[in-house]
Design a protein around this ligand. Structure first.
Ligand SMILES: Cc1cc2nc3c(=O)[nH]c(=O)nc-3n(C[C@H](O)[C@H](O)[C@H](O)COP(=O)(O)O)c2cc1C
Length: 196
């Protein structure tokens, strides 16, 4: 015998519900640049600190295997370049100067939104940080964590009236070469961000 229980109607007017209703993948962006404040807000929601030892997303054993790289093409008061987000100090560390959106887009199978976006956030993992604790099982934990991070990027962009889309189709080695990353790194996700 099966039992089916009718649930109370969800309250879809809460701030989080409103964001969830509005969230969608956006692949067409206006020409405008991003403000440094907007970029900072999104990066904090991506992988920022909530206190000394914890971040805005859950992480298996608090191992935090993900690193956040930022391809800047058009942000007010910021040189185009590839930066690493330093969560501890809320800073961006310049890795390579210049606009690499063309290289990144071709590594992403020529997805036009990657080329057009004023910013692309690239999520990269160092597997070792989690697998040294959890062995093989650590791999799935890292992918799960990337999902948490990705949803935060969607929700923060939605709140700021910016558009984003999760991009999982790319040539791993090409993206790594453009950023200048070694063998221990794995690229997980690319998120173009732009004005709607
Ligand atoms: C793991 C993953 C990989 C994805 N890769 C791409 C991609 O390479 N290019 C793209 O345009 N969209 C990509 N998407 C976005 C999906 O197409 C999109 O989320 C889906 O169509 C549902 O639409 P919505 O996000 O607007 O609800 C990806 C989504 C996920 C979760």
């Amino acid at each position: 015998m099966s039992l089916e229980v009718k649930l109370p109607e969800p309250n879809k007017s809460t701030p989080l519900s409103q964001l969830l209703l509005k969230r969608r993948s956006i692949r067409r962006y206006g020409r405008g640049s991003l403000k440094l404040e907007e970029l900072s807000q999104i990066l904090w929601a991506t992988y920022g600190l909530v206190d000394k030892n914890r971040r805005v997303v859950p992480s298996a054993g608090a191992t935090y295997p993900i690193e956040v790289y930022v391809f800047v093409k058009n942000v007010e008061n910021l040189k185009p370049g590839i930066y690493k987000y330093n969560e501890d100090k809320n800073t961006l560390i310049l890795m390579r100067e210049g606009d690499f959106s063309g290289d990144l887009a071709s590594a992403c199978l020529n997805q036009e939104w990657v080329y057009r976006a004023p910013v692309n956030i690239v999520l990269v993992a160092v597997y070792e940080r989690t697998t040294s604790w959890y062995g093989e099982r650590g791999f799935r934990y890292i992918y799960m964590e990337a999902g948490h991070v990705g949803q935060n990027i969607y929700l923060a962009s939605t709140e700021l009236n910016l558009g984003t889309v999760a991009v999982g189709a790319f040539h791993d080695e090409d993206v790594k070469r453009i950023i200048g990353l070694g063998d221990e790194y794995i690229v997980l996700y690319v998120f173009p961000i732009g004005r709607i």
